[in-house]
Design a protein around this ligand. Structure first.
Ligand code: HAM
Length: 393
């Protein structure tokens, strides 16, 4: 938990520097919130139940829909764009394996009410920065739904969706096979070409110029100007149905099959929840996967562990010293086992970086003896000097 809290704190602090403010939504919502536009993948995996009033409810499988509902219910009068962040648990009835859980945590942001290359680029820059601050090595892959939509424009919506679902599962062979089976083998070759395109020029060579092209080029220019590293990947399709524009995913090294640690994109949901049609863009980090990717190599700030050791007659003073250390943010323990002085010292030797000795002499002089347990040296100092010295560690 300490490691998780450390990474969470870094992400939260970074999101705040970009002006994203934290929101919280309930763990369960009306089922309909997620069935309107979340896509089959998620609907099949939801934890659904009926409450005592006969309402159909679901444990949230993600936070974009709940956050947009909150925006429609309570945030409509706020000045746009609205910049919100969240860190919360989600529930999906998936087959559990390493990096895939039925309860997992997402750290995400939603930028609501901005519709520009700057907005798209900002959200991807925040994604990049949050993963970097966590210390994870990753690749960001960016696509745009208009690429596939243009290529597949003559297909019925249902069939387009099927192709997207195959692509989301990274099963390009199945996507090609599906096109052949349904009599569109003429699209199979362009689909392969589009999927393997790695520059915008290659993409537009397959699908032609599209109305969104200028905005897409500008978005990449902004990212390039800020040194953001990414790959263009038109196969990024996203498993959720609400996306409308740019889509992106980040993949960590060494995670095996469950290596997607972040997903996001531009979407529209507010109008489905009774609000105005509002362009939005956001992402969510799979926090548990980030922690798996980091493994043991998390850098935690060193905080010395201090034990106050005392003789029986000095207990009150020892308690006061411990309280003052804690008030200065120093981690401090005191014997709770009724041990004598030398047993306390011996025990502290196993876990403490520093010991503060409070005996008769220290009670009389109002001083404290600070002992460095690694180096063995000790000095008797006024308590404020002990605190300064420990705080500087
Ligand atoms: P998502 O891709 O479904 O997108 O989930 C985001 C991230 O959550 C995934 O990339 C993955 O790292 C993590 N994740 C998903 N399922 C599991 C699981 N069963 N166990 C562990 N981690 C998991 C969304 O949820 C969108 N709401 C993202 C978004 C925000 N789009 C716009 N704004």
């Amino acid at each position: 938990m300490e490691q998780r809290r450390e990474i969470e704190a870094r992400m939260r602090a970074k999101a705040r520097t970009w002006g994203y403010r934290e929101v919280s939504t309930p763990t369960f919502e009306e089922l309909e919130l997620f069935t309107i536009r979340s896509g089959e993948g998620i609907i099949d995996e939801m934890y659904v139940f009926e409450d005592k009033g006969g309402r159909s409810l679901a444990l949230r499988p993600e936070l974009t829909a709940p956050v947009l509902r909150t925006f429609v219910n309570e945030g409509r009068s706020l000045t746009k764009p609205i910049k919100w962040s969240y860190y919360a648990d989600c529930y999906r009835y998936e087959r559990p394996q390493k990096g895939r859980y039925r309860q997992f945590w997402q750290f995400g942001i939603e930028l609501i009410g901005a519709d520009s290359a700057m907005a798209d680029a900002e959200v991807m820059m925040v994604a990049d920065e949050l993963l970097r601050t966590a210390g994870v090595t990753f690749v960001m892959k960016i696509g745009h739904l208009s690429f596939m939509r243009t290529l597949l424009k003559d297909l019925p919506a249902e069939d387009q969706k099927k192709v997207r679902t195959f692509l989301d599962k990274r099963d390009t062979d199945a996507a090609s096979a599906f096109l052949s089976e349904t009599g569109r083998e003429n699209l199979a070759a362009p689909l392969q070409q589009l999927i393997s395109a790695r520059t915008l020029d290659e993409v537009f060579a397959v699908i032609g110029e599209i109305p969104e092209a200028d905005r897409i080029r500008e978005t990449f220019r902004i990212l390039d100007s800020q040194g953001i590293k990414y790959e263009i990947n038109p196969a990024i399709a996203r498993g959720l149905d609400y996306y409308t524009g740019v889509v992106f995913e980040c993949f960590a090294e060494g995670l095996g099959a469950e290596n997607q640690i972040l997903g996001g994109g531009a979407y529209r949901l507010a109008h489905l929840f009774g609000g105005e049609d509002t362009p939005s863009v956001g992402f969510a980090i799979g926090f548990d996967r980030v922690m798996v990717a980091l493994g043991e190599q998390i850098w935690m700030p060193f905080q010395p562990q201090v034990t106050v050791v005392f003789t029986p007659e000095a207990r009150e003073r020892a308690l006061t010293v411990a309280r003052e250390l804690r008030a200065s943010g120093i981690i401090c323990s005191i014997d709770l086992m009724g041990r004598g002085f030398s047993a306390q010292m011996k025990n502290a030797g196993k876990s403490a970086d520093y010991v503060i000795i409070i005996g008769e002499e220290e009670v009389r002089s109002g001083m404290a003896t600070l002992k460095n347990m690694k180096e063995g040296e000790q000095q008797t100092l006024p308590l404020p000097d002990v605190i300064t010295s420990l705080s500087a560690q």
